[in-house]
Design a protein around this ligand. Structure first.
Ligand code: GDP
Length: 196
């Protein structure tokens, strides 16, 4: 069975007590606002409008669950780093997301979406630091790779790999593009491995 087949919206959560009870595993998707997270989820699930893509960054302020035919779940986390998000809301989310990422037993891995033109910003590194304490899997999609030449994309990929090797040796990374369907099979393969 194809991992991301049959994705449908399942539920939203705004606090720990809202998190659903189920028998599947959860794969969380995180990234800076506007990095291309919704597009990546839509591309991987081949559902053009599953995750809400928007030109207004920072709009999705809840955890969205999508159920897969396999019985597992994609968990779409709110984008971070949008300066205009009011502080009170940001604090609520920081607390909730930290608790979710550090304590959720069903969660088996994190897919971190990074715009290849803005690799490894402070908040991305903070996310890696936070999550690394769980010892769970992390895979980075350097998305919008179609925006760079192949050569430029390879240079950035190399730089990110070098950084990870020193700082987060267990974390993997690949090129991705939702517009040009680059890297879908690789991403599928890696995430399938987590489940197996
Ligand atoms: P999110 O805020 O992280 O969910 O980002 P979105 O998926 O809504 O994407 C933000 C913007 O980047 C939108 O205008 C998308 O059309 C664009 N975008 C997303 N992925 C790609 C990609 O792979 N290539 C290109 N060229 N644009 C993309």
């Amino acid at each position: 069975m194809i991992l991301f087949e049959g994705a449908t919206f399942y539920t939203s959560a705004n606090s720990l007590k809202d998190l659903p009870v189920h028998d599947g595993k959860e794969i969380a998707f995180a990234g800076r606002s506007n990095a291309g997270k919704s597009s990546a989820i839509n591309t991987l699930t081949r559902r053009t409008k599953l995750a809400f893509t928007s030109k207004t960054p920072g709009r999705t302020q809840q955890i969205n669950y999508f159920r897969l035919n396999s019985g597992h779940f994609i968990v779409d986390l709110p984008g971070y780093g949008y300066a205009k998000t009011p502080i009170a809301i940001r604090k609520h989310w920081e607390t909730f997301l930290t608790q979710y990422l550090l304590t959720r037993e069903e969660l088996i891995g994190l897919v971190l979406i990074i715009d290849i033109r803005h690799p490894l910003k402070d908040l991305d590194v903070q996310m890696l630091e936070l999550f690394s304490s769980t010892q769970k899997a992390v895979h980075i999609l350097l998305t919008k790779s179609d925006k760079l030449s192949r050569q430029q994309a390879m240079v950035t990929l190399r730089q990110v790999k070098d950084f990870l090797k020193v700082n987060f040796p267990a974390v993997s990374v690949q090129l991705f593009s939702s517009s040009k369907s680059i890297g879908i099979d690789d991403a599928n393969g890696i995430i399938q491995n987590w489940i197996d």
